[in-house]
Ligand binder design. Structure first.
Ligand code: RFL
Ligand code: PHB
Length: 390
């Protein structure tokens, strides 16, 4: 087989890149390790920046998002049993975020790709990347006991943190930066109305909590938990009880409980690999960087990477120049590091760290007090949350 751009991974990065390229007549094949159902069963992000929404609109995958997504013009910070609203709209000159699940984004993009008759190979085993330091790269994979080969001009590594693309780059060619946080997030989905009409991020002595949602009748909640905790140790009753203890009274009283239908623990880490290009291989999204979910930036960074790579490839195929693909890594990393900083800062301000004790708690409370009293500080938070310019 031959294609112009071989895309590894059918998460949001790979699917979005595929649709943008299809729009200008560039061929792609997506190779995905898992089944379609497995990809769609992963519950992850929920907050989309305006730039991400616009990009989904450009590829015609935003009809349901516009109909069902919830525009949020603010969110609340809770600490010391009080609630403070961050007015995104007023602080950023009318910008907002949209609450719409990553599962739905992926679903919409998959439907678009299928409707356009574009090739995705699910359950592609042992994907391997070859000769991407030269002019004629190719990818191999196994399917039904047979090894297949896809020749291409470029490879887009959109295969997430645990994927094969980044690991295929020769030792020493990438510099990596990493910070592990000494806790995780236990997340629960339940078919109950949200506690508040906007998101609530809570700093509490017992640990961080987040009230989020997927719709007006489906809630997504998280509580900070020990890194090595097991989901089985958390009955629904224990979860609801712990969540309510970490929220201000008014919000706790509005939590509607019900049976959870998804419960999982995610570790928190910051990670960046530099550069994001090696020869004809580009690393995109989580394959190149991870942020802790506190700033709601992961999926949005994946979208901005895709945008930068798409414009570079578009100019290359239009015969204009190679400048765009040469600039890809530098441009993407400049935005990535700002989101890494923001996500690290939000995480540091809102979570309980095992080694900082009561002193750490007071420092956090002072920072939060300052943040909600100072318009300058609130503005800095708001403009990062809605998304920095691309
Ligand atoms: P993905 O989504 O991980 O997709 C990668 C795809 O590649 C496939 N793959 C392979 N395919 C072929 N061969 C291999 N060897 C392969 N190895 C892997 C995988 O099966 C998969 O289908 O990466 P992508 O596309 O870069 O997208 C990144 C986002 O998924 C991620 O950044 C966000 O989910 C992060 N995130 C959030 N981001 C936000 O912007 N807003 C949020 O509110 C938000 N909340 C979150 C989050 C992530 C979370 N977790 C669980 C990590 C909340 C949580 C709890
Ligand atoms: C979510 O709804 O899953 C969500 C929302 C905001 C975050 C992280 C996750 O910061």
């Amino acid at each position: 087989m031959r294609t112009q751009v071989a895309i590894i991974g059918s998460g949001p990065s790979g699917l979005l890149l595929g649709q943008l390229l299809a729009g200008i007549g560039i061929e792609t094949i997506i190779l995905e390790r898992s089944s379609r159902e497995h990809v769609l069963a992963r519950v992850r992000a929920g907050v989309l920046e305006q730039g991400t929404v616009e990009l989904l609109g450009e590829v015609g995958a935003a009809a349901r998002l516009h109909a069902e997504g919830l525009p949020h013009a603010g969110f609340s910070l809770a600490f010391k049993d009080r609630l403070h609203r961050i007015d995104l709209d007023a602080l950023t000159g009318g910008r907002h975020v949209t609450v719409y699940g990553q599962t739905e984004v992926t679903h919409d993009l998959m439907d678009k790709r299928a409707a356009a008759g574009l090739t995705t190979i699910y359950e592609a085993a042992d994907v391997a990347l070859h000769d991407f330091d030269g002019a004629a790269p190719f990818v191999t994979y196994g399917k039904d006991g047979i090894t297949h080969r896809v020749d291409c001009d470029f490879i887009a590594g959109c295969d997430g943190y645990h994927g094969v693309s980044r690991k295929s780059v020769p030792d020493g060619a990438l510099k990596t930066f990493e910070r592990q946080y000494p806790f995780g997030w236990l997340g629960v989905l339940a078919e109950v109305p949200p506690a508040d009409h906007e998101l609530v991020y809570a700093n509490h002595e017992r640990g961080f909590a987040l009230c989020s949602m997927r719709s007006t009748h489906r809630s997504r909640y998280y509580v900070q938990c020990p890194q090595d905790d097991r989901v089985e140790a958390w009955s629904d009753d224990r979860f609801w009880d712990e969540l309510r203890r970490r929220l201000p009274e008014r919000i706790a009283a509005s939590v509607t409980t019900g049976p959870s239908f998804e419960k999982s623990i995610a570790p928190l880490r910051s990670f960046v690999a530099e550069p994001m290009r090696f020869g004809r291989l580009f690393l995109v999204g989580d394959a190149a960087h991870i942020v802790p979910p506190t700033g709601a930036k992961g999926l949005n960074l994946a979208a901005s990477d895709v945008r930068y790579l798409f414009t570079g490839l578009r100019d290359f195929y239009a015969g204009k120049s190679q400048a765009g693909i040469d600039a890809y890594s530098g441009k993407a990393l400049a935005r990535v590091w700002k989101a890494v900083r923001f996500s690290w800062w939000m995480t540091t301000m809102l979570h309980r760290f095992p080694d900082t004790g009561e002193f750490g708690q007071r420092i956090q409370e002072a920072e939060l007090d300052y943040l909600v009293q100072s318009r300058a500080a609130s503005t800095a938070l708001a403009e990062n949350y809605v998304g920095l310019p691309w």
